[in-house]
Write a protein that binds this ligand. Structure first.
Ligand code: SRM
Ligand code: SF4
Length: 572
């Protein structure tokens, strides 16, 4: 009997794709209206997803397919010209809307097949790419977007860009299919010396942060670097994190959300190589039979930290010391006005659920056109206008106000740190709404938080249309995860530090019952919280168990049980 693993269908599709080419060029050149066979799978490596309008509820044979296009923007850094080019494309091909993502990327929705090539060409002319924004490769590399001029922040941005380059796919298929063979640096190297013909087992998400500052929510990713500062104020060493990931399947106890573990530490010069070495371990040891268990987190969980550290050191060819202790981290959202450190300021603008549309879109474009700021995307779906003269702020703020764009001072604590994924009608995996449902749910929560006078402490509220975790619900103070049309599992107990997972609080709660379901907890929070204690911290104290780093798809809902208990005082 053969002992060869039975590779998943996607593994065959990658291997047989001739370097991600498949039949994509023929479909584009031949004026097809949709891609067929394995081509939609290959398309993802080019940053494109096939979708259809789920609101139309059409039978499969009647569906019109359209395409979501995702940009990978390392560290979320754009020039004014690049932002304006993206804005123009949103008008021409994206149905008048842009979507800022939870990983400092941007998406267009609803393109027809014939619009893909002109869109990718226009992006390329602006030095932007969709290559590897999706697919079984390193995804958009994240880093703190604040344009602070101290050496450590500059290092973090530089290293994110280096990792992005180091692990960029080398296949020339993207240039051939979409850019008529043109490429910024047309390479004579063999294709994919690192990835090989089957790439990685699944996506590989990476971020670069500084100790104490986790604005990119690093614990949710496959791998990350946490910079530890030396005496000169620059990064001297990196802690390496590995094995984070949030996707679970409802009802399946063998799928889990997991926070990344601190694996070890290396000198600053070894950071990029360490992330490449983690990718190599993943490439060589990941599960290629069952895509539900193929993320790196399943390897780290089964090997344990010690074995993973040893394997990493061997792959890297350099010792990996145990991880250094780091201070507790916070997630700065960078909204409002801040000094950059070079005499200029930046302004963080809240974008609800990342959706840039209508007057918000035209207002932002006008500010960018007139004042030519840099634009940086946050990991919370918002954006920063950078390199501004302080004297221009009143005019910029007046222009934003004219377009109805709220200043940070006017946001409630409930809305300010909220995020939802796109879900319906574009996402083919959505079980229910998220982006369209969260604003109303936040309004209900805002009213209840104000009534109970508990609206003074920041908290993260997140919603997704399914358990895949795209808006990172499982490490939020409060989260709603779609279970079926109109109903959500409710989770409580994460927080702004992003370094612990929530508990399942209640199951299948209709959106209009969130407040009623949460009221007993919120009333106890009002009566028993410590000064400044966030809702997630309070829940942890109430539940009295060790903070979770693992959350499976099949958990007991703890709401009623915990609320029936006496408050447990946990030593600080
Ligand atoms: Fe995601 C799949 C949207 C961040 C976990 N994600 C999808 C797809 C492409 C649906 C699909 O496969 O057909 C969604 C497209 C919806 C649409 O209509 O636009 C989608 N994910 C998003 C975005 C746009 C959500 C947002 O509100 O911004 C984010 C794009 C980021 C980017 O610029 O690259 C996005 N996705 C995430 C995150 C959060 C993060 O990485 O910070 C996660 C959880 C972390 C993780 O990866 O574990 C996440 N997305 C998933 C998963 C579950 C993966 C798993 O290991 O189980 C899927 C499903 C899959 O891959 O099979 C998925
Ligand atoms: Fe789609 Fe689910 Fe991701 Fe939301 S969490 S975008 S519904 S895959």
């Amino acid at each position: 009997m053969s002992t060869e693993p039975k590779l998943s269908k996607v593994e065959h599709a990658k291997r047989d794709s001739r370097g991600l080419r498949g039949g994509l060029a023929e479909a584009v050149a031949g004026g097809a209206t949709r891609f067929v066979g394995e081509d939609p799978t290959l398309l993802k490596f080019h940053g494109i997803y096939e979708q259809y309008d789920r609101d139309a509820r059409e039978k499969v044979e009647n569906r019109t397919y359209n395409y979501m296009v995702r940009l990978a923007i390392p560290g979320g850094v754009l020039t004014a010209d690049q932002y304006l080019a993206i804005d123009r494309l949103a008008e021409e091909h994206g149905g008048g809307t842009l979507r800022l993502t939870t990983r400092q990327g941007i998406q267009f929705h609803g393109l027809l097949l014939g619009e893909l090539k002109p869109t990718l060409q226009a992006l390329h002319r602006s030095l932007l790419t969709t290559l590897a924004a999706c697919g079984d490769v390193r995804r958009n590399v994240m880093a703190c977007p604040a344009p602070l001029t101290d050496p450590a922040h500059r290092t973090v941005q530089r290293v994110a860009a280096e990792i992005a380059r180091e692990l960029e796919p080398k296949s020339r298929a993207y240039a051939e299919i979409w850019l008529d063979g043109e490429r910024l640096e047309l390479s004579a190297e063999p294709e994919e010396p690192f990835y090989g013909t089957t790439y990685l087992p699944r996506k590989y998400k990476v971020g670069v942060a500084l100790a104490g500052d986790n604005c990119i929510d690093l614990h949710a990713y496959d791998a990350g670097l946490v910079g530890l500062l030396g005496a000169d104020g620059d990064v001297a060493e990196w802690n390496i994190l590995s094995g984070g990931g949030l996707g679970i399947t409802h009802g399946k106890s063998d799928t889990f959300a997991r926070l990344a573990s601190p694996i070890g530490s290396v000198p600053v010069a070894w950071g990029v190589a360490a992330i490449r070495a983690v990718a190599a371990l993943y490439r060589d040891h990941g599960n290629r039979e069952d895509r539900k268990h193929a993320r790196l987190k399943y390897i780290v969980e089964s090997w344990g930290v010690e074995r993973f550290r040893q394997a990493l050191a061997a792959e890297l060819g350099h010792p990996v010391a145990p991880p250094r202790p780091v201070p507790p981290s916070n997630q700065e959202d960078h909204l409002g006005v801040h000094d950059q450190g070079d005499g200029r300021v930046f302004l963080g603008v809240f974008i609800e659920n990342g959706r840039v549309i209508g007057p918000l879109r035209s207002g932002l474009a006008e500010v960018v056109r007139r004042f030519q700021p840099g634009v940086r995307l946050t990991a919370m779906q918002s954006l920063l206008l950078t390199d501004l003269d302080r004297s221009d702020l009143p005019a910029i703020q007046a222009l934003l106000a004219d377009h109805g764009i709220a200043t940070v001072e006017r946001l409630s604590t409930t809305r300010r740190w909220s995020m939802a994924c796109p879900a319906l009608p574009t996402c083919s995996l959505a079980l229910t709404d998220a982006e369209r449902a969260l604003p109303a749910a936040i309004s209900d929560l805002e009213a209840e938080f104000a009534r109970l006078a508990i609206d003074d402490v920041p908290l993260t509220v997140r919603m997704t249309g399914c358990p895949n975790g795209c808006a990172r619900p499982y490490n939020a103070d409060l989260a709603f995860v779609g279970k079926k049309p109109g109903a959500y599992h409710v989770y409580v107990g994460g927080g702004l530090s992003g370094d612990r997972l929530a508990d399942l609080f209640a199951v299948e709660v209709p959106a209009d019952s969130f407040v009623d379901t949460l009221r007993p907890l919120l009333e106890r929070y009002r009566d028993e919280r410590h000064p400044g204690e966030a809702l997630g911290d309070f829940w942890q104290r109430l539940a009295g168990h060790a903070p979770r780093t693992l959350l499976t798809g099949k958990e007991e809902a703890l709401g009623e049980r915990v609320l029936g208990l006496q408050l447990v005082e946990v030593a600080p």
